[in-house]
Structures are given as C-alpha cells and as structure tokens.
Design a protein around this ligand. Structure first.
Ligand code: SME
Length: 172
C-alpha cells in the first residue's frame, strides 16, 4: 500500500459548553463524510464521533428506513452504532424511534419508562433523543441516542443532533 493510513484524532476539548461541543462534533462529522460516498462508512464514523463527543451515553447510532423482510412495507432496520447489541427491526410508529420516523419529528424523552411503547433494547437506558434524517422531505433514517441518566438530553442536544442530521441528509 502506498503511503500510510490516515489516523483520525477527533477529540472534544475540555471545558466546552454544549453548543461549542456540537459545533466541533459537526466539523468532525463534516470532515469525515464530505468526500465519502459510502453510507455505512459514514454512519459508522458518525456513531463513533457521537460516542466520543457526547458524555453519559449508553447507545449512539442509526436506524435506517428500509423494506420489511416479507413485505414491501417500510420499517426501521438497525444501522451502525456504538453500545450494546440492539433490536434489529422496529415497525414505523412503534417506540421512540418508530415515532420519530413516522412523524418526522424529533423525540426528546426525559423518562423512557413514561413513553408509550418504548422499546427497551438496553435496560440501563433512562432517557433518549431520536432525530429523523430527511432527504427530499422523506425520513431515510433516525439518529438515536440513549443515556443511563434520566433527563440527560436538553433542547441544546436536540438542536445539535438536528444540525448533524441535516448535514448527513445526502451522505448516508
Ligand atoms: N428505545 C428505542 C429502541 C432502540 S434502542 O434504544 C437502541 C425505541 O423505543 O424506539
């Protein structure tokens, strides 16, 4: 192989406020995905970046909108993530992820146990943020973050992940 492989060393600086941390996360995600057409590679690297930049998570990753196994109906299918193995397929409209996908609206859930139909992939999860990724007005995936802490996510997190979802619209 010619040359040496690239070493990526994206790490959050100490003492940042939430908005600054998301600006850095977005810059790193932009740098890693801008010239790469492979959706799986881009989701994998962004899952790793979210894990690296955002404290107090127990799961960070993607579900993609894809055909069901035995019908052409669409459902959510597990994509690249960091965390414990998770549910593979989620029907549209079910759980936090399915609700985000079918409504096209961010779901900021302070207490997952109070969310009707919440799917507990990891019993440690207490709060969750799910943001749809839209392309040409259609939901093509969702970004899912779980935390073992109640009310871990704020509107600043929702705004940051929505900006990330917009960046990734045509890259995943
Ligand atoms: N809790 C999600 C399922 C996915 S896992 O959190 C990774 C839900 O209710 O849709």
């Amino acid at each position: 192989m010619k040359g040496s492989p690239t070493v990526y060393d994206f790490k959050p600086a100490d003492g940042q406020d939430v908005a600054e941390r998301y600006r850095e996360l977005l810059n790193a995600a932009d740098a890693l995905t801008a010239d790469e057409p492979d959706a799986v590679a881009n989701m994998a690297n962004v899952a790793a970046l979210m894990w690296e930049f955002l404290p107090d998570l127990n799961w960070a990753g993607f579900y993609r909108v894809a055909p069901a196994k035995v019908s052409p109906a669409l459902e959510l299918v597990l994509g690249p993530f960091v965390g414990r193995p998770a549910c593979i397929r989620i029907p549209m409209g079910t759980g936090v992820c399915g609700t985000a996908a079918s409504s096209g609206a961010t779901q900021l859930v302070e207490d997952v146990h109070a969310f009707p139909g919440h799917i507990a992939c990891d019993a440690a999860s207490q709060s969750e943020l799910v943001v749809p990724v839209l392309r040409d007005g259609q939901v093509v995936a969702v970004i899912d973050l779980d935390s073992p802490h109640p009310a871990r996510f704020t509107q600043a997190d929702a705004t940051g992940i929505e900006a990330l979802a917009a960046l990734l619209s045509t890259r995943i």
